[in-house]
Design a protein around this ligand. Structure first.
Ligand code: ATP
Ligand code: MG
Length: 714
């Protein structure tokens, strides 16, 4: 077995001097440094050395808070992303409130990769801000209307999530306004549920697919799911669909006519004219495989492009220039292709276009290439699905699919609001229709000949599935968006084939982008070959702990240490023996300590009755989610000598595991419960280590087996 060799260790596990909880005995900077720079070689199991292109020394890294070159290396995990607390801190205050409460609720009442990360439990800065929403909405109007190869569904899903997160909090940071409502919801767990519902409502409004929306949240985001949540999310989706319907009916001048379920409308497939035969199912599966291959190619090209962008195009002015360049090239390519195309069709009775475009064709004719290019992408999809046979020449379709494929690869990841669903559907619809036409040449059975449209639908599903790799939710979304259940089975088959084939080559597009951002994302399962790793190898040790009654000075020193910057601390019983770790009696978060320090909840003050009122949960909620930094809290020399009793505020029953627990078991616990910190104890309940999300996310399956990523300040 080869070894995993680690060159930069930030967790101090390289330190084998056996130091225990140094901060219990006051802060010693030397120890911190040592803890930090434990840069020795570290061997756990098998596999090769992972080299960083540029070795960053900790000192250097602290000084330059923003590196000149953002590491593009996917073998890194960024320390920038903090976790969310999806496990409530059941401290005494919380339990008291829960006891007081009756069972009535207290209040009546894309960015897809980012939302995916948020629901997974990673705090992505500013992802659910009002400002983000405004920019997103304005941006997507411009990018879609401007003719880029983008769709509006991703931003709509993201917008739904932002609205939900904002409404549930009853205040807005961007507006600097607190409506003093819904204070109960001011914690990560509750906010997450709202974000799931918002994302589902976004899908529902975009595609007119309420059930698809629920399944989207289930498949893409939520790691934590229960019946109550399903029902609430379903309700949100339905209401969203109804509301949209209502406003669209006013917009179309037919108030009360509720038959416009979604903003993106692919037109409904009529089963009578579009049946499929059993013998066509193998053809559909072949198309699924083709979609998987083309999707993998799309993802691979986009991956390279994104790495290039992260390396060289990270200055805002360059990003704007690139966006302008893409816009110019898209327009030029579109017009050039319309100009050089000679696919002119006579204006007959059977074309379904509202406004056929004559562009460069003789009078009484319209330009087919323009129908595909000179339209919003979703309208082009609709015409590919529904226009009668003979509307498009095979050459037009082939050239269009190729050009649009390249444009879409280039456009995704550009710094504009853009979704990838619709462009993928459009590419797939074009080559699917072409496939249908070719089939009709080979086999002249009337059912195939009659409708290349259904091949366009299958192609669209295959291409989209090959790129984003969703199966469950996409099947339902496409069935709902086309209003035809008959195609449910072939669409599912196609999506499954596309996923299996695509996964063989490269990951899904969203996962690629999440990885390139070095986000500590936890997938559904632990890496396949990680059974031989145990909590002992994964955990950080020694752990910075606090005593149940701790000196204020010690707490301030620990929190002020910018090099470690931990967010959670086990609380232990005081030990008399020097090198013996204390027994666990709770876990306290940095945010809680900050609030305690801010309100000066010191033992001495309580006894001299200087405190007017007892600290309440409300004080913690008011500070949520942007707790002040420790630097902004002033603690005088005298106060440093005071003591703080953490008993009432810590979580007295944190989850713990023995050192022998296998990595998959730790992983399961973390993933299913949405934990942020997991304490590792010995058989006498003494704290020996701590596992966080990053300690788990760093293990992943590489080409040669299990690899370990490095933690780095990016
Ligand atoms: P997060 O940043 O996710 O909100 P956190 O800051 O507490 O949580 P991480 O940033 O994930 O923790 O921790 C980085 C490394 O530091 C991990 O390897 C983790 O095990 C370690 N670590 C976290 N807290 C402590 C602690 N109290 N004592 C020692 N090591 C810790
Ligand atoms: Mg951290």
């Amino acid at each position: 077995m080869a070894n995993i060799t680690k060159k930069v260790s930030w967790s101090g596990r390289g330190d084998d001097r056996g130091e225990r909880t140094p901060l219990l005995n006051g802060s010693e900077d030397g120890k911190y440094n040592r803890q930090l720079s434990g840069g020795g070689m570290f061997h756990i199991g098998r596999l090769s050395t992972v080299d960083l292109e540029e070795e960053i020394t900790p000192e250097e890294d602290i000084v330059r808070s923003r590196p000149k070159e953002i590491p593009h290396n996917e073998k890194l995990l960024s320390l920038k992303f903090e976790s969310l607390d999806y496990d409530n801190s059941e401290n005494q205050l919380f339990l008291e409130e829960e006891r007081r409460m009756s069972h009535m609720p207290i209040a009546a009442g894309s960015g897809i990769p980012q939302i995916k990360c948020y629901l997974n439990g990673v705090k992505i800065p500013r992802v659910v801000r009002l400002k983000t929403l405004v920019v997103k909405v304005f941006g997507v109007i411009c990018s879609v209307a401007g003719g880029l190869a983008v769709g509006k569904e991703g931003p709509m899903i993201h917008s739904g999530a932002v609205v939900a997160a904002g409404v549930s909090q009853g205040r807005s940071t961007s507006l600097k306004k607190d409506f003093k409502m819904f204070e109960y919801f001011r914690r990560d767990t509750e906010k997450r549920d709202f974000v799931s519902a918002g994302a589902a409502a976004g899908v529902s409004a975009a595609f007119g697919a309420p059930v698809g929306g629920v399944l989207f949240s289930l498949e893409e985001g939520a790691s934590f799911w229960n019946q109550m949540l399903t029902w609430r999310i379903f309700f949100a989706s339905m209401v969203s669909s109804f509301t949209l319907n209502f406003f669209l009916s006013i917009y179309h001048g037919k108030t009360g006519d509720l038959s416009n379920p979604g903003l993106i409308n692919f037109g409904s497939f009529d089963t009578d004219s579009l049946q499929y035969d059993l013998y066509e199912i193998p053809l559909f599966i072949i198309m699924g495989a083709l979609g998987g291959i083309l999707g993998a190619l799309f993802n691979l090209l986009n991956n390279w492009l994104t790495i290039f962008r992260i390396r060289y195009i990270h200055r805002p002015c360059l990003q704007v220039m690139e966006a302008m360049l893409v816009a110019a090239v898209t327009a030029t390519v579109s017009f050039a292709m319309i100009y050089f195309s000679n696919d002119c069709k006579p204006l007959g009775q059977d074309h379904t276009e509202e406004y056929p475009l004559q562009l460069f064709c003789a009078d009484g004719e319209y330009n087919s290439m323009a129908t595909a290019f000179f339209n919003t992408p979703e309208r082009s999809v609709r015409s590919l699905f529904h226009n009668p046979p003979g509307t498009y020449n095979p050459v037009t379709l082939g050239v269009f699919a190729l050009a649009y494929f390249l444009l879409a690869v280039w456009t995704y990841g550009l710094t504009v609001s853009a979704g990838v669903f619709i462009p993928s559907l459009l590419i797939g619809a074009a080559w699917g229709r072409l496939f249908g036409i070719l089939m009709s040449v080979i086999d002249t059975k009337p059912s195939i000949l009659a409708n290349p449209g259904k091949y366009a639908l299958i192609g669209a599903a295959a291409q989209l599935g090959g790129i984003v790799r969703m199966t469950l939710s996409l099947t339902v979304i496409l069935v709902e968006a086309t209003g035809n259940v008959t195609y449910g089975f072939p669409i599912m088959l196609v999506l499954m084939t596309a996923k299996i084939v695509g996964d063989y080559f490269v990951e899904g597009l969203y996962d690629i982008h999440i990885k390139l951002q070095s986000v500590p994302f936890l997938h559904w399962e632990a890496p396949a070959t990680s059974h031989w790793l145990t909590a002992r190898e994964v955990m950080s040790s020694p752990v910075t702990c606090f005593n149940r009654v701790e000196k204020v000075g010690t707490i301030v020193d620990v929190l002020s240490n910018t090099s470690t910057n931990h967010n959670g601390f086990p609380v232990v019983t005081h030990t008399t023996e020097h090198d013996e770790p204390g027994k666990i009696c709770g876990l306290i978060l940095r945010s809680q300590l900050i609030v305690l320090l801010k309100h000066k909840v010191f033992v001495e003050r309580a006894s001299s009755r200087l405190i007017q009122r007892k600290l309440q949960l409300k004080d913690f909620r008011d500070a949520y989610p942007r707790f002040p930094p420790i630097q902004s809290i002033h603690v005088s020399q005298d106060e440093r000598e005071c003591m703080m009793d953490l008993t009432e505020f810590m979580n007295p029953t944190p989850y713990t595991v023995p050192q022998e627990t296998s990595l998959p078991r730790v992983f399961k616990l973390f993933r299913a419960l949405g934990l942020r910190h997991l304490v590792v104890v010995d058989n006498e309940n003494r704290v020996v280590g701590l596992v966080t999300r990053k300690d788990l996310a760093r293990y992943h399956m590489g080409k040669d087996g299990l690899e370990e990523l490095h933690l780095a300040q990016t």
